[in-house]
Design a protein around this ligand. Structure first.
Ligand SMILES: Nc1ncnc2c1ncn2[C@@H]1O[C@H](COP(=O)(O)OP(=O)(O)OP(=O)(O)O)[C@@H](O)[C@H]1O
Ligand code: SF4
Ligand SMILES: [Mg+2]
Length: 339
């Protein structure tokens, strides 16, 4: 594993991103200097408790924030171009065509009054230089590839004629028919039946590999992270606190929050595991804790933790933002050794 970052391999790089919301009770500092990257052809997980800024990160990248929100500082470099500097018109060609978004709820992303054919071909002809017949063929091919049976005829059905899992497959097909380079999937299976979730994730992962695209998967489910992704970025309170290759990070978590997260899941060692709650409360983002945002909940906190820990590159392709990671790691290794 390389200790040096390969710049040429980066597809998306979010640098020191601050996204704020104006509300009646004050400014919500949803993203407070978020830094991470997504490389070419890899599947990256974004993980963290509810409210830590995962969805806002995806919305900031695509510039589809709610009206009261704004990215006030930072860079979102996509293939070397800062998306925050593009005009709205330029951004419209990036959205969908370059970077596609898969929603949590497949039903709300489809219009109930139009056929699937109409909803797929509209998008395809908008972004690709093809006529309606070609667009329809592209749509059918893609529906076949994501495992929708009898796509040639079923394409003329309406969304309500499909099950939840099939609707999500349609959205995957629609997103991928534009041949994007990056797919952002925000909890893409949460709204689906448990039995269907694994199938849909398998499709996302195999399409990602087949088409050679990058995947940024937002999820609460650490079992899914372990099975589906190559690297993981752990979010806490609007910041990234730890990043690294999935297998390595799960085997040897170093940030106290990641450690607590992995240890709080009794069933995790058996291969499954939703994020359980860890002691303490999720930080209030209108009035967040100073310094390390985890310090009110951290068993290792000292005075210095009331200042902001820098992000450190610690080898093995891993990064961490914690003042005491080294001592904590040494202690954990000793404890492991004596067991
Ligand atoms: N339109 C908005 N106005 C004010 N605050 C907002 C708005 N949208 C999001 N937030 C706040 O921004 C923070 C991050 O929200 P976000 O939706 O990104 O969380 P998340 O990590 O996606 O959580 P979940 O796992 O529940 O989906 C939260 O504190 C949320 O309340
Ligand atoms: S910086 Fe301090 S408070 Fe934050 S995680 Fe590390 S030890 Fe805990
Ligand atoms: Mg969310």
């Amino acid at each position: 594993m390389s200790d040096v970052e390969d710049e040429s391999n980066k597809l998306l790089e979010v640098v020191n991103l601050y996204t704020y919301f104006r509300t009646e009770s004050g400014i919500v500092k949803a993203l407070d200097g978020v830094t991470f990257d997504v490389r070419k052809n890899e599947a990256v997980a974004i993980v963290g408790e509810s409210g830590c800024g995962k969805t806002v990160t995806a919305q900031s990248i695509l510039r589809i924030l709610p009206k009261n929100g704004e990215s006030v500082e930072g860079e979102i470099n996509y293939m070397g171009v800062d998306l925050l500097k593009l005009t709205s018109k330029q951004m419209r060609t990036v959205r969908g065509k370059e970077i596609a978004l898969l929603f949590q709820d497949p039903l709300s992303a489809l219009n109930p009054v139009f056929t699937i054919a109409r909803q797929m071909t509209d998008v395809i002809s908008l972004h690709r230089q093809v006529d309606v017949e070609e667009a329809r063929q592209i749509a059918i091919d893609m529906m076949n590839r994501v495992g929708i049976p009898e796509a040639e005829t079923r394409i003329d059905d309406y969304p309500h004629q499909y099950s939840g899992g099939m609707r999500q497959r349609i959205l995957i097909a629609r997103a991928l028919s534009l041949e994007p380079t990056l797919l952002l999937a925000d909890e893409p299976t949460t709204a689906l039946d448990v039995t269907i979730q694994a199938q849909v994730l398998d499709i996302i992962r195999s399409m990602q590999k087949d088409m050679g695209l990058s995947l940024m998967l937002i999820t609460h489910d650490l079992g899914v992270v372990r099975e589906t992704t190559d690297r993981v970025h752990i979010f806490y309170g609007g910041r990234v606190v730890e990043s690294g290759p999935t297998a390595n990070l799960f085997l040897n978590p170093k940030h106290p929050y990641t450690i607590a997260l992995l240890e709080s899941i009794p069933s995790f060692k058996k291969g499954k595991g939703k994020l359980a709650t860890i002691p303490g409360v999720v930080p209030q983002l209108i009035n967040p804790p100073i310094g390390c945002r985890f310090h009110p909940r951290c068993v290792y906190a000292t005075d210095i933790c009331k200042t902001r820990p820098p992000i450190e590159f610690i080898g093995d392709d891993r990064k961490i933002a914690c003042f005491h990671w080294k001592e904590i790691d040494e202690q954990r290794m000793k404890n492991k050794g004596s067991k």
